[in-house]
Design a protein around this ligand. Sequence first.
Ligand SMILES: [Zn+2]
Length: 171
Amino acid sequence: MFIAHVPSGYILSVSLLERILHAPASTSAIFWAGMTGALVPDFDLAYFYLVDHRHTHHHKYFTHWPMFWLLLLTVAMLWLRFDSKSRVALLSWIFCLGCTLHVILDSFVGDIWWFAPFINKPFALFTVQAVFQPWWLNFIWHWSFAVEAGICLWAGLLYRRRSPMNKSMKT
Ligand SMILES: [Zn+2]
């Protein structure tokens, strides 16, 4: 997934805000946790290009292992369960939700090692054929890019719906 990670984090944050009553964190902190989490696994691209020199698919790094994020998500959830007033626990849980959402969305048309580190086998819901050069054009011209555009549009509509409220908020 290329362009829809941050918008998906925005949608996640809005849906959580609509469900969490009396959150021990500000609205803006919840947005930052959700949107940053939805992007953070791709920070491993810096290691991929600068250190690993593209030797290993970056989805093989632990930063793209669903089990890693699900483990942290479980820890954050337990923390929040025992200390429901904790701001850090809530934001950690939302951050981990964003990271988990990232790897789920990556698995749409990209290989994700769902059972790493135990099973070395990638899974993808759909496969993008290598037809064009450079490689990223294959994703841009694939039908799945319409789904990405749809997520961006959905986030844009949500933002527009919330914007009068945003202007009046002091958080
Ligand atoms: Zn990714």
